[in-house]
Design a protein around this ligand. Structure first.
Ligand code: PBG
Length: 324
């Protein structure tokens, strides 16, 4: 039987805060959040990222202090990005055992072993041209790049990374990384695949934060923002290749994609609230146009409601400090 007005009065269940809290279908806790951090070598002091108010590049030499503070705040997991001063055309510093990527992982894990460390696995922060892999004939070479991703993943896992998160959008990257890890006795290290990553203008502020040198764009490997079905093929491929978790990125402009993947896959699903999403909220709030705390919570809640189990967000420290 379907209720109708006047028997049905939906407002009855909205009358008090207690009632609203009891009936909330979703909530956000620190168990749902991953905090992305930027670590720069040869830097003395924390450096504010102008396009992301509240975000700082962490000096490698002060990483242990910063990591202890993050862990003490109650954050459960971080995603690491290196800001490299040793770039070359292949991004080889990312698989150098004494390079920034390996050093920052070791240092962070030594400072707070219980803090889960997820290593963003890509090359754009380590290449002089800023692309996510090796360039051949003016294009990123897929199969050479995935071989290098395998190398990087092994170095990251051996340095102590708890999870590998390939973000370069090469075909076969999950398979290549899984094989490389397995053949080095690292079969227990899971892969969180950036499976539906769009060629998005919302990454703008990140390039500033990560010191990325890209001229041009990533349309030849990241997905066209106009496409939804293709995102299902991408996530299906990553699942078949052995991904342990899937991801949609950016988050809020792609909630439809998140929901569709949630309905089709049983894998845990993450969403990345990216730099531009963060910056829009910060700058609109600074201009007095919106209430930052409320919009932040609404945006994270919406991402959960759409189907995300986990959210990567630069707001994680705000939630740790003030609660949801
Ligand atoms: C690296 C990478 C990017 C982001 C995460 N990993 C940049 C890009 O693909 O251009 C963006 C994150 C953000 O904007 O917050 N491939």
């Amino acid at each position: 039987m379907v209720q109708t007005f006047p028997t049905m009065r939906l407002r009855r269940l909205r009358r008090s805060q207690v009632m609203r809290d009891l009936l909330a279908e979703n909530t956000v806790t620190l168990n749902d959040l991953i905090y992305p951090i930027f670590v720069e070598e040869d830097l003395d002091d924390f450096a504010p990222v102008d396009s992301m108010p509240g975000v700082f590049r962490i000096p490698e030499r002060k990483l242990d202090v910063a990591i202890k503070e993050i862990a003490a705040a109650g954050i459960k997991a971080v995603m690491t990005f290196g800001v490299s001063h040793n770039k070359d055309d292949t991004g080889s510093d990312a698989w150098n055992r004494d390079g920034l990527l390996a050093r920052m992982i070791k240092r962070a894990k030594d400072a707070a072993p219980e803090l889960m460390l997820i290593s963003d696995t890509c090359f754009c922060e380590y290449t002089t041209h800023g692309h996510c892999g090796v360039i051949h004939d003016g294009d990123v070479h897929n199969d050479h790049t995935i071989e290098n991703l395998g190398r990087q993943a092994v170095v990251a896992a051996e340095a102590g990374a708890d999870m590998i998160a390939p973000s370069s959008m090469m075909d076969g990257q999950v398979h290549a990384i899984r094989s490389a890890l397995d053949s080095h006795g690292l079969g227990a290290v899971p892969i969180m695949a950036y499976s539906s990553k769009f060629a998005s203008a919302f990454y703008g502020p990140f390039r500033d934060a990560a010191g990325c040198e890209l001229k041009g764009d990533r349309k030849a490997y990241q997905m066209n923002p106009m496409n939804g079905r293709e995102a299902l093929r991408e996530s299906g491929a990553d699942e078949a290749e052995g991904a342990d978790m899937l991801m949609v990125k950016p988050a809020m402009p792609y909630l439809d994609v998140l929901t569709q993947i949630r309905q089709r896959s049983l894998l845990p699903l993450a969403a990345y609230q990216v730099s531009g999403e963060y910056a829009m909220i910060k700058f609109a709030a600074a201009a007095g146009a919106i209430d930052e705390a409320r919009v932040m919570r609404e945006s994270l809640g919406a991402i959960k409601r759409a189907g995300a189990d986990l959210i990567l967000t630069y707001f994680a420290m705000d939630i740790a400090r003030d609660g949801f």
